[in-house]
Structure formats: structure tokens, C-alpha cells
Design a protein around this ligand. Structure first.
Ligand code: UTP
Length: 289
């Protein structure tokens, strides 16, 4: 079974980022020179996947528009001879084939995945959260697909976190079967510190077998009254198998104000044109602190 499509849920309300997200989707907030969602889509494309299923909601049309042709803008840029800008704009429109599926109510990440069932059918697929950014040499989705290809079972991306932060994440417990690859023995959504021996936290990258849909149908609302993907994964783990993969790279929660700032500073430092001057600016700033 080959992974050919990616589901990108972007239907959440983004309450942690209010008031910025009152009228603008959090996935459209700019990090350095492009919206968060573009980094995510570029990672998916660099992993060899061009077909993307966006799980959207009302107020999220800007995301679909960003990846669509903009006839008026392109005609204007062509007429004015602004060919560099035209090239950049066209590149984005041609990045992916988009299918949009509406999530009518924000009933949780598990529910957002569930509404893609008719589109995905019986194939494995990647799930890439629209506000979780991973900066890595090898695209994170590509790393995950390689693990899936080897084991042919669902895979979740994990990172090590301090014990004091377990209550903010889905945590996996498991046995390491190869360097950085764990066969999951237990999943716990947001456990209080000290209630798990594991420090492996799930982040927003998954490769899932289609059997997850059946598990989601049997998942009752969990933490926060939402259908939690973690709870469905716990059913999947019991009935088949689930692997956790400690990916190579640095992850930023761009749906959180502090995570967004960290991503902005780090990606600005890596930017080919802005990186040098920005570093000098930061040095001056630090010297004054
Ligand atoms: P989050 O929990 O970070 O998104 O979900 P949220 O609910 O928008 O955020 P806050 O807590 O209110 O600030 C991670 C990803 O899953 C999507 C979100 O859009 C985000 O990209 N999501 C979440 C959905 O598509 N539907 C949902 O019901 C929940």
C-alpha cells in the first residue's frame, strides 16, 4: 500500500491566537514571508505527495484561494511586466491538487479526519496539521512514509518533551523496535505529570491505514468533549498495530503565540536573504538586554 494523498485539517477555530484569528484563519498568519499553511504544503509536496484534502470550515476560504489561480492578480502582474512576482504566485497555484471537505462543526481532530472518509476510501494517507511546522533536512512526512513503507502499519510522529509538559500532549508508551521507532503499547491523551513513564509526545504528523475510519466511528467524545484522534489510534493499536517515530527535525506549534514567535525567529535566521541582516539585528538587540 502506497501513500499518495495527504489530509490537512484547517477547520479549527484557533482560539489560542485570538484576536488575530477572529477574521483570518490561523493557518494564513505569515511566518517571515509566507503563510504557515504554505510551509506545510511545501513539506507535503517535497515528500512526493501532490493530492491534498483540506478539511475546511466557514471563514477558511482564504486558504483555498491561496492555492488557486488568481486570474486578476496574474493578469495584472503580467501586464506590468512583474515577471518575478508572477512566477512566485503561479508556483503556489500549481503546487497541489486540492479537494476541500467541509467539517460543519469543530468537533475535534478525530472528527476532522472522519469527514474525509468518502474521499480517501481504502488507501493509506498522511495527516498533516495545518498549524504544526517541522523544520528538517528530510521532510518529516517523507520520513514518516519511509517508516510506513517498511512496517505497513499506521505511524505517528513523536518528539521528546519534559515530564512537566505531558498534560499538553497525547503521549505514547511503547517498545523501541529500531532506532527511533517504537511499537506503541499505550496512548494517553494529556496525562498529568507523573502518571506516565514516557516522554514521547505526539505531534501533528501521521500516516494512517484506512482502518482508522472504523475506529473513529467507534470513538466517543473524549477530552474537551471532542472526538480525539488519539482515542481512535488507541483502538487501532489494540486491533492491529501502531508505530511511533521520533522524527529528525525541529517542530513548532504555530497555532500557539509563543511557538509562532519561535518559528518566526528561527525561520527568519535561515532565510537566504533576510537571515544575515536579521542575525546582525538580533546580536545588537541581545547586546542591549
Ligand atoms: P488545534 O487544537 O491546534 O486547533 O488543532 P484549534 O482548535 O483551531 O486551536 P485552538 O486550541 O482553538 O487555538 C490542530 C489542527 O486541527 C485542526 C485545526 O485547524 C488545526 O490545524 N482542527 C482542529 C480541525 O480541523 N477541526 C477541529 O475540530 C479541530
Amino acid at each position: 500500500m502506497q501513500v499518495k494523498r495527504a489530509v490537512v485539517p484547517v477547520a479549527g477555530l484557533g482560539t489560542r491566537f485570538l484576536p488575530a484569528t477572529k477574521a483570518i484563519p490561523k493557518e494564513m498568519l505569515t511566518i517571515v514571508d509566507r503563510p504557515t499553511i504554505q510551509y506545510i504544503v511545501e513539506e507535503v509536496v517535497a515528500s512526493g505527495i501532490k493530492d491534498v484534502i483540506l478539511v475546511t470550515a466557514s471563514g477558511k476560504a482564504a486558504i483555498e484561494n491561496h492555492f488557486d489561480y488568481s486570474f486578476e492578480l496574474e493578469t495584472f502582474l503580467a501586464q506590468k511586466g512583474k515577471l518575478d512576482l508572477l512566477r512566485i504566485v503561479r508556483h503556489i497555484s500549481n503546487l497541489i491538487n486540492v479537494v476541500s471537505v467541509r467539517q460543519k462543526e469543530p468537533l475535534g481532530l478525530g472528527h476532522a479526519v472522519m469527514v474525509t472518509e468518502q474521499v480517501i476510501g481504502s488507501e493509506p494517507f498522511a495527516v498533516v496539521l495545518g498549524d504544526d511546522l517541522v523544520d528538517s533536512q528530510i521532510p518529516c512526512v517523507h520520513q514518516m512514509v519511509e517508516v510506513f513503507d517498511e512496517y505497513q502499519e499506521s505511524v505517528v510522529a513523536v518528539q521528546e518533551i519534559p515530564e512537566s509538559e505531558t498534560h499538553r500532549y497525547g503521549i505514547v508508551e511503547g517498545d523501541e523496535v529500531a532506532p527511533g521507532i517504537f511499537k506503541v503499547t499505550r496512548l494517553i491523551e494529556k496525562p498529568p505529570a507523573g502518571t506516565t513513564s514516557s516522554n514521547l509526545a505526539i505531534i501533528g504528523r501521521y500516516v494512517l491505514r484506512p482502518e482508522i475510519y472504523d475506529c473513529l466511528h467507534r470513538t466517543l467524545p473524549g477530552v474537551g468533549g471532542e472526538i480525539q484522534l488519539t482515542d481512535a489510534l488507541d483502538i487501532l493499536r489494540k486491533e492491529r498495530a501502531l508505530y511511533a517515530y521520533r522524527f529528525d527535525g525541529k517542530r513548532y506549534d504555530a497555532g500557539d503565540k509563543f511557538g509562532f514567535l519561535q518559528a518566526t525567529v528561527n525561520l527568519a535566521l535561515e532565510h537566504p536573504e533576510l537571515g544575515g541582516p536579521f542575525k546582525e539585528y538580533l546580536k545588537e538587540l541581545v547586546a542591549k538586554l
